[in-house]
Write a protein that binds this ligand. Sequence first.
Ligand code: XMP
Length: 520
Amino acid sequence: MSSTGPLAGDPAFDTVLVVDFGAQYAQLIARRVREAHVYSEIVPHTMPVAEMLARRPKAIILSGGPKSVHVESAPAIDPEVYDSGVPVLGICYGAQLLAHQLGGSVARTGRGEYGRTPLTLLASSLLFADQPDTQDVWMSHFDAIATTPDGFVATARAPDAPVAAFEHRGRRLYGVQFHPEVVHTARGQEILKRFLYDVCGCRPNWTRTSIIEASVQAIQAQVGSDRVLCALSGGVDSSVAAALVHKAIGSQLTCVYVDTGLMRAGEAEQVEDTFRGQFQIDLVRAKAGDRFLEALHEVVEPEEKRKAIGATFIRVFEEVAADVDNARFLVQGTLYPDVIESGTEDAARIKSHHNVGGLPAEMNLELIEPLRSLFKDEVRAVGEELGLPEEIVWRQPFPGPGLAVRIVGAVTPERLELLRAADAIVLEEVKRAGLYRSLWQSFAVLPAVHTVGVMGDERTYAYPVVIRAVTSDDAMTADWARLPYDLLERLSSRIIGEVAGVNRVAFDVTSKPPGTIEWE
Ligand code: XMP
């Protein structure tokens, strides 16, 4: 499968390639380029240069990396890239590699620089136009470039980096030892823009409206007059994908919302209101709560729950889809980070995530992946531009198996109702405290045990509810959120006061690792 999305190669946009040398910075660089309104793609350093050039890049950026250019297995790029005529910007390891490959020297000084470092300009440069003579930049390097290659000039220095920036203006080859892509380099984005606009002549036209326009054309070209199905979950990705496809092909799209009965309070209704009401999309809401409860009857083990839910989901979806004549395509909400990571992912499987990925193989549908070129923040921007409500565009992630994996123990209608009510209070109070967007997820968990309490003069014997709130960038790791005590106090008194059957509230103070975000 192509590593790029539907907008790759669209002549409406200039392309910047970010060559990944194995640091965590390549994605960040690619996002910063997009924030400068220029389309970027991440490519592995092992990609042959001819293949890179076939993508007709306007610029190539070499990312940082964890290695030294002096070690044997140091990742490199074919030096012919420097003679291709395409401007190159090396960042950190990328700058050292550029210097090393073109005959400069990179020294093991024994004195690395980490963190905020003063940078002093030595010569005028397009990169630093209108910048002060000294500024703080973010450094993270051990080796340092000692001498520039022939014909290059050093344009900036730092205390332990005599060549902190260098260039060959005529050949349009640039290197910076510091990280312009991180926020700690306050003027870093300006430096990137000078490279993109002034050195490379990139047009800043990658905007939410142009993304939508180009996506609409790509979808129309792919679909023609055929019918398209979309499994809508109510989450950000499938919602934006559905709205985008609908804009492109209107009534050729049918959305199927499998109502598992395992969703949060009011969610199914909101999906109906938005997609059928506001967008007038052909939406089928398959109310299958009873079937899911039946499949989950007395199932306790988390992976068994996921299996039961996944299988039921597919069955319900297939039944509904069978009523849609001649469907040929299925919309999938794959994002660009999924595309980048699927090539390299070797992480152990902790949980078998249920999503709709299993559908097309069995149903013989071709995939449409309208978000395959986009980062999450771009998906949100597109969603806003398409007029999706804020509650959907900014919705926190929610697991496909829903509340079933937040009830520790068997899933029953009573427990579902109780958890849904407690969860609604958590979300309402977190929103009221202005914390909803800054938390990756915040929700209630129901361990199906009973604890003793006292209310009035009565002994109670009822469920505890656990509040879980985490901050995270990508769900791979997460930190438990330091919720303010007064918020916790409100949550505790409201949940116990308003949700019958609960007599205790606890707060989960486990990060990931060692915990996972969900309890199951
Ligand atoms: P964990 O609990 O593994 O969760 O730390 C990481 C992220 O994935 C979500 N999650 C799921 N999403 N199907 C999904 O679609 C699942 O089975 C599932 N399990 C966990 C979780 O909410 C968090 O955002």
